[in-house]
Design a protein around this ligand. Structure first.
Ligand code: NAD
Length: 357
C-alpha cells in the first residue's frame, strides 16, 4: 500500500471502555444489528425509532422483539418510540438517559422513493440529524457516528470511490440529504468540537435485510418463482457489503473517535448484476424469471468503495465474500424469514411517551 492521506492526526485516542450508546433507527436493519453487537460486548444501548411504515413495520417490531428476548429484564437495553425531530421528546430522552455516545442510523432510506417525496427525506435526514447534533453538543457527547451513504458519489465520473473525491453532485434527494448531513456535521465539529464520523455505507445486505432492496427482492422472487425486474443490461455493478462487516465498521468508528472524518464502509469490490443473479439462482436452486427494464433515474450504475482510509484509521476490512454472504442470506430467508410476526413494543411505549420497554 502506498502513502495515504494524512488525517491520522485528526484521530482522537481510542476509547474502548464501557459505553452508553444512543442508537437511532435501532429497530431498522443496520441499527438493530449494531444494537445487538453493542449489547453482546457489554455496552448499554438506548434505542429510539419512530417505527415508520416505509417497509413492513412488523420486520422492525421483530428486530426489537429479538433484542428484548435476548436481554429480558436487562436494564442495559432501553427502547423508545418517537421521532428524532420531536424536540420535547428528544430533549427528555437526553435528560433521562444522558448517552455519551451517539450512533445515528435513523433516516428515510431509499433512492427512488426520495424522488417521489423529497420532503420526508429533508425532515428525517437533514432536520433529524441536525437536531441530534445540537443535543449531542449540548449534552457533551464524546463521539457522534452517523450513517451517510455511497449515494453521495452519485454524479462522480470515477467508479472507484475514495473519500477525497468531490461529492458535490448528488443525483437524488436522498443523496443530497446525506451530503447535507455531512456538511452540517462539519459545522458542528467546527463550532463545538463535536467528534464526528460519517460512514458512507455501500449497499448493505444480509439476514433480516430490508425488503425494499435488491438483494432481498431477488432472493424472494427467485424463491417464489416470480418474475423480477432487472434494470439495465446486467453489466451495472455495485459494491455489496455484508451486514456483519458493516456492523464491525460502525463499532470501530464508535470506539475510535475522530474530530471530523468521512469513511467508506464497503466491501471494496463490485459484483455485476448478472453475476449477482447467477449466485442467487445457484444458492436458491431455482432459475430466475427476468424482465429487463430501462435504467432508472437516480440510480448509480457502478459503485465500488476504496476502503483504504477505513482500514488505515479504523482497522476496518470487509471479510465476508459475496457468495458466502448470499448463502447466509438465502439460508435465513428459507428458515427464519416470516416467522414471529406481531407487535413486540410494550404498550406503554407505543405512545410517544418516555416509558422504557
Ligand atoms: P432502515 O430503514 O431499516 O432503518 C432506519 C430506521 O430509522 C427505521 O427503523 C425507521 O423507522 C427509523 N427512522 C426513520 N426516520 C426516523 C425518525 N425521524 N425518527 C426516528 N426514527 C426514524 O434502514 P437501514 O438500511 O438500517 O439504514 C440505516 C442507515 O444507513 C440509514 O441512515 C440509511 O440511510 C443508511 N444507509 C443504508 C444503506 C443500506 O444499504 N442499507 C446504504 C447506505 C446508507
Amino acid at each position: 500500500e502506498g502513502e495515504r492521506r494524512a488525517p491520522r492526526a485528526n484521530t482522537v485516542p481510542p476509547h474502548m471502555g464501557h459505553k452508553k450508546v444512543l442508537v437511532t433507527g435501532g429497530a431498522g436493519f443496520v441499527g438493530s444489528n449494531v444494537a445487538e453487537q453493542l449489547l453482546a460486548r457489554g455496552d448499554d444501548v438506548v434505542i429510539v425509532d419512530e417505527m415508520n411504515d416505509y417497509y413492513d413495520v412488523r420486520i422492525k417490531e421483530n428486530n426489537l422483539r429479538r433484542l428484548r428476548e435476548m436481554y429480558p429484564e436487562d436494564k442495559r437495553l432501553a427502547i423508545y418510540r418517537g421521532d428524532i425531530c420531536d424536540e420535547d421528546f428528544m430533549l427528555q430522552l437526553f435528560e433521562k438517559e444522558r448517552p455519551q455516545w451517539v450512533c445515528h442510523m435513523a433516516a428515510r432510506a431509499g433512492v427512488r422513493p426520495s424522488i417521489q417525496d423529497p420532503f420526508v427525506y429533508i425532515h428525517s435526514n437533514i432536520r433529524g440529524t441536525t437536531h441530534l447534533m445540537e443535543l449531542s453538543h449540548k449534552f457533551g457527547v464524546k463521539n457522534f457516528v452517523f450513517a451517510s451513504s455511497s449515494s453521495v458519489y452519485g454524479g462522480s465520473k470515477s467508479t472507484f470511490f475514495s473519500e477525497d473525491e468531490n461529492v458535490d453532485n448528488p443525483v437524488s434527494p436522498y443523496a443530497a440529504s446525506k451530503k447535507a448531513c455531512e456538511l452540517l456535521a462539519y459545522t458542528y465539529h467546527h463550532l463545538y468540537n463535536l467528534n464526528v464520523s460519517g460512514l458512507r455505507f455501500f449497499t448493505v445486505y444480509g439476514p433480516r435485510g430490508r425488503p425494499d432492496m435488491a438483494p432481498f427482492k431477488f432472493i424472494d422472487r427467485v424463491s417464489r418463482g416470480l418474475e423480477l425486474q432487472q434494470f439495465g443490461d446486467g453489466s451495472s455493478s455495485r459494491d455489496y457489503t455484508y451486514i456483519d462487516d458493516i456492523v464491525d465498521g460502525v463499532l470501530r468508528a464508535i470506539d475510535r473517535p475522530n474530530k471530523y472524518e468521512m469513511f467508506n464502509l464497503g466491501k471494496g469490490s463490485g459484483t455485476s448484476l448478472k453475476e449477482f443473479l447467477d449466485i442467487v439462482q445457484s444458492h436458491v436452486g431455482k432459475k430466475a424469471i427476468i424482465k429487463i427494464m430501462p435504467d432508472q433515474p437516480g440510480d448509480v450504475p457502478y459503485t465500488c468503495a476504496d476502503v483504504s482510509k477505513a482500514y488505515d484509521l479504523l482497522g476496518y476490512r470487509a471479510t465476508v465474500p459475496f457468495s458466502e454472504g448470499i448463502r447466509r442470506t438465502v439460508d435465513w430467508y428459507m428458515n427464519d424469514y416470516g416467522k414471529n410476526s406481531g407487535s413486540c413494543i410494550e404498550p406503554e411505549t407505543q405512545a410517544n411517551g418516555m416509558g422504557r420497554a
